[in-house]
Design a protein around this ligand. Structure first.
Ligand code: FEO
Ligand code: CA
Ligand code: CA
Ligand code: CA
Length: 651
């Protein structure tokens, strides 16, 4: 999401990705001898050169032992789009686009028509596309090769709401109580949409079929994995701590090799309030103390996590502990119950990307915790992956690790597991008691503090290079990193522009506990940036705050930006945008610019690579947009991009 956001009309928490990490973990600048760093700099080491403004030497971004940059250059096959500040989509001249699935389009139930001006009811919103589109995936419907790319399920997240656009005149509160139907509508505008699409010629149309579904902030769900049934998950709704309702603030996403969708709960903490003493499960995540973001607690008691009495099964003190998870949804069964997979940890989950699944190897999933100075994680399944076999415990039984990036270009994965002697000893030494592994997972951030993860500049999306297996992560920006807390992996303090880090697992193994890393890209102005080609960014690719990240089937890396209001308004970057990088050549070119006030987030193609779906989130944030179509209320929507000659997009 954009940071900072446009003014939120109520609620004390404004989605700020605040630094709630008080662990005092050693930032590298604290623990490394300055002379050693200088010597490394002289040897062409990464990172510090940036912090000192000494960019430009070839090899500055290459980790030790890595070729700095292969000389091959094959141009990306499109004309770079210039920086733009208009209220429309701009794509290269070789391309064309159309808009589908805007917020409010009917997709399920009785298919109630969208009414401009925010006039639909809560019940109608439950049958319509949600608001604020984000991560998405295209699941081809089974069929021959021809049809795999002309029919499928588009599944997408709806991260949050803009109450001014959702309702005719913004939020209504009477005597301190929110309007009940407005709250119903707001909860329904969150979550996930599953929509069957078919291609008719060059047009994509919604099919009113059996797969279509809305998953919302109220959908019944079950809890699986080590924290299932935990004492800290007991609520009035589920005294056993096994069931819950809804998913919230679903940002990026993931998908499994067994064709399910994963939605990731990011800034969920602000939806709740706890006016009593906050346990670590609340405070380390920033659960509000005054009122919830949208004051849903005035209508739905489950959003009030203030303890009343002694019995957690009589109130909702543990309701926030039901959020912050990865949620698995079977898009091919509209009646299936989504599952919260607690083995994957609890934090501000941006997204999840698997390593390339290889039969007989464990499955690895990489995840970012998008808050200032939080961590990158890896989950490794205990069992190995077997294609075609039911996934069983692959997402319920495994080891969660946090990443530590050493300044010398090496890194290690640190287990967050009570059975791991190093972690258990570190917890003892820190004086922190965990009741069991479920407790560790509910308190993932605390566990990562104890293990000694490297605090990062807001980890957003991850992506895995299909050609090399390298894992990439966007680090969108970090205003809270002070100059004395920089390290080689987060070399700017503060970091207003963001960067992209990448790493290779040792021996290419998904279950490796060591890796090597380097910096792929430093976003920013021409004076303060370094592209993948080791040159400063220029007119064709200048940008800031990288967020969305996706590798297409050809190994091109698509980068989407989430620049904040001031970067949009006064910087040289124009509106939010999407770029394409070729990691094999170091090229980087701007492919798309979004309308005013929007974030560009979420991208996927059909298997044939000829249709690209791109999500436009919150057009008109801060005013000044009626996109698409200049209506009363701006609407998040999906943009379908194709090449005029019908070719593969990007190449
Ligand atoms: Fe919802 Fe981290 O962006
Ligand atoms: Ca956003
Ligand atoms: Ca963001
Ligand atoms: Ca994001």
């Amino acid at each position: 999401m954009t940071q900072p956001h446009a003014p939120i009309p109520y609620g004390e928490h404004d989605f700020d990705h605040e630094d709630s990490n008080r662990s005092g973990n050693p930032h590298f600048a604290d623990v490394l001898d300055v002379r050693l760093k200088r010597r490394r700099l002289l040897q062409g080491g990464i990172g510090l050169a940036v912090g000192l403004g000494l960019l430009g030497s070839a090899g500055a971004l290459a980790a030790p032992g890595k070729p700095a940059f292969p000389g091959r250059r094959s141009p990306l096959g499109f004309t770079a789009v210039p920086v733009g500040r208009g209220d429309d989509i701009i794509v290269p001249p070789e391309y064309t686009f159309s808009v589908i699935l805007p917020w409010g389009e009917p997709i399920a139930g009785r298919y109630p028509p969208y009414r401009d001006g925010g006039l639909n009811s809560g019940a109608e919103q439950e049958q319509q596309v949600g608001m604020h589109h984000d991560g998405m995936h295209f699941f081809p419907l089974r069929g021959d090769a021809l049809h795999r790319s002309s029919a499928g399920l588009l599944v997408m997240n709806h991260e949050y709401i803009d109450a001014l656009a959702l309702h005719p005149d913004g939020p209504v509160t009477r005597n301190g109580i929110r309007d009940a139907d407005q709250v119903r509508k707001e909860i329904a505008a969150h979550g996930v949409s599953v929509v069957e699409l078919r291609r008719r010629g060059t047009e994509w149309v919604t099919v009113r079929g059996r797969y279509n579904r809305r998953v919302t902030g109220a959908t019944p769900m079950t809890i699986a994995g080590p924290a299932r049934g935990h004492a800290k998950l007991r609520t009035r709704h589920s005294p056993e701590g096994t069931a819950t309702r809804g998913t919230l603030n679903n940002c990026a996403h993931g998908f499994t090799p067994w064709r399910t969708y994963l939605t990731c709960e990011e800034n969920w903490a602000g939806y709740f309030v706890n006016r009593g003493e906050r346990p670590r499960e609340h405070s380390r995540y920033g659960v509000a103390t005054g009122s919830g973001r949208y004051r849903w607690e005035t209508v739905e008691t489950r959003f009030d996590a203030t303890p009343h009495g002694d019995d957690p099964a009589l109130d909702f003190r543990n309701e926030p502990n039901h959020f912050g998870w990865i949620v698995e949804i079977d898009p091919f069964d509209a009646g299936s119950i989504p599952v919260k997979r607690t083995a994957l940890g609890r934090f501000a989950h941006e997204g999840l990307v698997f390593s390339q699944p290889r039969p007989g190897e464990r499955l690895a999933a990489y995840m970012g915790d998008d808050s200032q100075n939080e961590y990158i994680y890896k989950y490794v399944s205990r069992e190995s992956y077997t294609p075609g076999r039911a996934p069983g415990t692959l997402l319920d039984d495994g080891t969660l690790y946090v990443a530590r990036f050493h300044d010398d270009g090496h890194g290690e994965w640190l287990a967050l597991d009570l059975d791991d002697p190093t972690f258990a000893a570190a917890a003892r030494e820190a004086g922190v008691a965990f009741a069991d592994q479920g407790d560790v997972l509910i308190n993932t951030r605390l566990a990562a503090d104890i293990a000694g993860g490297t605090p990062m500049d807001r980890p957003e999306w991850g992506a895995v290079d299909p050609n090399t297996g390298a894992v990439y992560f966007t680090l969108t920006n970090n205003s809270a990193r002070s100059p004395d807390r920089v390290d080689e992996a987060n070399p700017r303090g503060p970091n207003p522009y963001g960067h992209i880090i990448r790493f290779d697992e040792q021996a290419g193994r998904s279950d490796a506990t060591a890796f090597t890393w380097d910096l792929f890209l430093l976003s920013g102005t021409a004076e303060d940036s370094l592209g993948p080609d080791l040159q400063p960014l220029d007119d064709d690719n200048i940008h800031a705050s990288p967020d969305g990240l996706w590798f297409d089937h050809n190994g091109l890396l698509w980068i989407q930006t989430d620049m904040s209001g001031s970067q949009l308004g006064s910087g040289p970057f124009g509106n939010n945008q999407m770029l394409v990088a070729n990691p094999a050549t170091g090229e980087l070119k701007r492919f798309l610019v979004g309308p005013n006030g929007c974030e560009v987030t979420g991208v996927v193609s059909t298997p044939d690579g000829r249709t690209l779906f791109v999500n436009i989130q919150h057009p008109g944030e801060g005013g000044g947009s009626g996109w698409p179509g200049n209506r009363l209320k701006p609407r998040s929507a999906t943009v379908v991009v194709t090449r005029r000659d019908g070719g593969i997009v990007g190449t």
